[in-house]
Ligand binder design. Structure first.
Ligand SMILES: Cc1cc2nc3c(=O)[nH]c(=O)nc-3n(C[C@H](O)[C@H](O)[C@H](O)COP(=O)(O)OP(=O)(O)OC[C@H]3O[C@@H](n4cnc5c(N)ncnc54)[C@H](O)[C@@H]3O)c2cc1C
Length: 418
């Protein structure tokens, strides 16, 4: 039974689907509009790790290391050289947030959100009986250089001050726990407070749960404009002219949200940050059968075991809003894998993919009322943590839209950009 307002959620990525779920569960009449198909953005092909509480990308020293890497197409970070004033403005804003004080601020916001996220995954998957390969068995951050090891240990130190329990381990201990690691691995950190799952299976099954709770899900429905009368949201207009009416609208359009926000006079400081995955089948000529997931520290590549394959996912590329796949970026994933897994064979990948992360200028999600139009809310900017923060964002948005209030919202609100 729906007893609450009629809410339109725009965008069928993990954020939109989670918002739709908690809104429908809270009694709202929900319509989810996706311009393409559910999971068409970054939400289906990501690395599948649920892990928060880490410092943001904006941190002291980041600009120096980024400048050294950014024009090299084979480094973890790549910026395609081009004239794009929006990108350069965003990079200037990003650099201004690379301070120790900002890291402390983000840790205070994100560390408790990460705890909430893990708890919500447990209850959501249990209550809806969603089978998606969820394993709450942590992951390793593994290093093949002394510099990597020092950076990883420093990050572990920071995180342990916020109620997390990372464990620094040497190379021999890592190989004892995960025999697939080769001798090049010098050591690393084990993060017990983390989980992994198959993100496309999670999204597909969560959509079934959303439908069962009475929400309407429409694919191929592109929103062109948010409609408002006397400062109140009244619905949206789709490409083609159809009007869908609603009392409230939630923009969960990932990195594509800036254009819709601009139409209501708000500038969202977002850039698309492209990442890739390569799924290598498990077997003698392919990937080792990993016991737990890991991230290869120096290359920033996640290796997540998913049933019959290992997903190698990562890299950050600022090349605008496109889905062009660069072979050199994809090859980088396997190259990084071979450093730590000497037995990684030449088997053909079962999938190659790229997706765009919604990167906010300050490394925090952008969640809350948008502009001065009553009933209009945004939920984007989750960067490298959209899967992790999907359920908790859905809960915060629901509390806000249904008028219950949520103490976690002010730190995430777009109002912080002035
Ligand atoms: C390689 C890689 C690895 C990653 N690994 C992880 C990880 O391990 N853990 C983690 O937590 N996160 C990870 N992420 C990040 C995560 O995938 C993203 O943060 C998340 O998917 C963003 O979700 P979203 O719903 O905001 O955006 P999206 O998934 O982009 O969804 C937005 C949707 O809105 C739709 N849309 C846009 N405009 C309109 C419109 N006008 N009308 C209707 N629909 C519209 C789009 O078609 C799209 O489907 C990774 C990302 C990448 C690229």
């Amino acid at each position: 039974m729906t007893t609450g307002p009629r809410v339109i959620v725009v965008g069928g990525g993990v954020i939109g689907v989670c918002c739709a779920y908690y809104l429908a569960r809270g009694g709202a009449e929900v319509v989810l509009l996706e311009r393409s198909r559910i999971g068409a953005g970054a939400s289906s092909g990501n690395a599948g790790t649920v892990s928060a509480g880490h410092p943001p990308l904006n941190r002291p020293g980041r600009i120096r290391s980024a400048l050294a890497q950014m024009l090299d197409a084979t480094s973890p970070l790549y910026v395609r050289p081009r004239w794009d004033p929006e990108l350069w403005r965003w990079m200037y804003g990003f650099a201004r947030h690379c301070t120790a004080a900002h890291v402390t601020h983000c840790m205070r916001v994100m560390a408790p959100l990460g705890k909430d996220a893990l708890g919500l995954f447990d209850s959501l998957l249990g209550e809806e009986r969603i089978e998606c390969g969820y394993k709450a068995s942590g992951y390793f951050d593994v290093c093949a250089t002394q510099a990597g090891l020092e950076a990883a240990s420093h990050e572990a130190d920071v995180i342990s001050g916020y109620g997390y329990h990372p464990e620094v381990v040497d190379g021999d201990e890592l190989r004892r726990r995960e025999p697939a690691f080769g001798l090049a691995v010098l050591g690393g950190v084990f993060y017990p407070e983390a989980a992994t799952l198959n993100p496309s299976v999670f999204l597909e099954r969560l959509c079934v749960a959303v439908g069962k709770r009475g929400a309407e899900i429409r694919e191929g429905a592109a929103v062109e404009e948010v409609l408002h009368v006397h400062g109140r949201t009244v619905g949206v207009r789709l490409t083609g002219g159809e009007v869908v009416s609603g009392d409230a609208v939630v923009l969960a359009t990932g990195p594509f949200g800036a254009a819709l926000a601009r139409r209501v006079g708000v500038k969202l400081p977002l850039q698309p940050g492209k990442g890739y995955h390569r799924d290598i089948p498990i077997g003698p000529n392919g990937a080792p059968k990993l016991r737990v997931a890991c991230v290869l520290n120096e290359a920033s590549v996640f290796c997540t075991p998913m049933d019959t394959f290992v997903r190698f996912a990562g890299t950050m590329e600022f090349s605008g809003e496109n889905s062009d796949m660069r072979r050199d970026r994809l090859q980088q994933l396997s190259r990084a894998g071979r450093v730590c897994f000497p037995d990684l064979g030449p088997a053909r990948p079962v999938s190659e993919w790229c997706g765009l992360r919604p990167m906010s200028v300050d490394g925090l999600p952008i969640v809350g009322p948008l502009g001065d139009i009553e009933g209009l809310t945004v939920a984007t900017g989750h960067g490298m943590l959209g899967l992790t923060l999907g359920p908790v964002t859905g809960e915060i948005i629901t509390n806000h839209v249904l008028g219950r209030g949520d103490a976690r919202l002010p730190a995430l609100s777009p109002a912080r950009f002035g």
